[in-house]
Design a protein around this ligand. Structure first.
Ligand code: CO
Length: 213
């Protein structure tokens, strides 16, 4: 394990390397940020947004929480969303889950971990909604992976239903929402084919994506 002191040393090396590559990079980044993307992903340390899509500082606005949930009463997530859409005017919002998500598995198992159980209750509600489909699967790993996919689609819908997106679309702002899922085993992202760019197609797109899972 690296010590905090080593992390600071690595930071200095990284900053030197960045500046050697582009002497103006930090000046440009300090002046403004204009990312085209908002990423809503899991807090899991193995799913770092910038790295897995090859984006540099300044190119993606990031919100992460346990199991990439978008809850209508979560002021933190809603504030990120509102700022990204209204102020930064991002063009794309990516909800990216990942297979083998610990939060999803804990929800599936009904584990008692503490305060977080209340947060994960949202996923248990999704599991209840799709219980028949989940019960038909062979084992816990398959059920967990399916629930990870279902969770992404439900969170895409939640983004669509926020006042932030409804207002943006009402004023004809071009912003699309996408649902992706990352596989820890090979580092690859799968597009769940649930891309929504207007309110009229949200439910239909999600139904289509659910059928193709
Ligand atoms: Co996770």
């Amino acid at each position: 394990m690296s010590s905090p002191k080593q992390l600071l040393e690595r930071n200095r090396a990284w900053a030197r390397e960045m500046a050697a590559h582009d002497p103006e990079c930090f000046h440009k980044l300090a002046a403004q940020q204009a990312p085209d993307y908002l990423w809503i992903g899991c807090s899991d340390s193995r799913v770092p947004a910038n790295q897995i899509v090859g984006l540099q500082p300044g190119e993606i606005f990031v919100h992460r929480n346990v199991s990439n949930l978008v809850i209508q009463t979560d002021l933190n997530c809603l504030s990120v969303l509102q700022y990204a859409v209204d102020v930064l005017q991002v063009k794309h919002i990516i909800v990216c889950g990942h297979y083998g998500c610990g939060g999803v598995l804990a929800a599936l198992r009904n584990d008692r971990l503490g305060l977080i159980d209340n947060w994960l209750r949202q996923i248990q509600n999704i599991a209840a909604k799709y219980q028949t489909a989940l019960d038909g699967l062979f084992d816990e790993e398959q059920r967990c992976d399916k629930l990870c996919e279902l969770n992404v689609i439900e969170q895409v819908l939640n983004v669509c239903h926020t006042t932030v997106l409804r207002d943006a679309w009402a004023r004809h702002q071009a912003v699309a929402i996408h649902g992706w899922i990352y596989r820890l085993q090979d580092g690859l992202i799968r597009d769940l084919n649930v891309s929504i760019s207007n309110p009229g197609t949200a439910d239909l797109a999600c139904r289509g994506a659910l059928l193709s899972l």
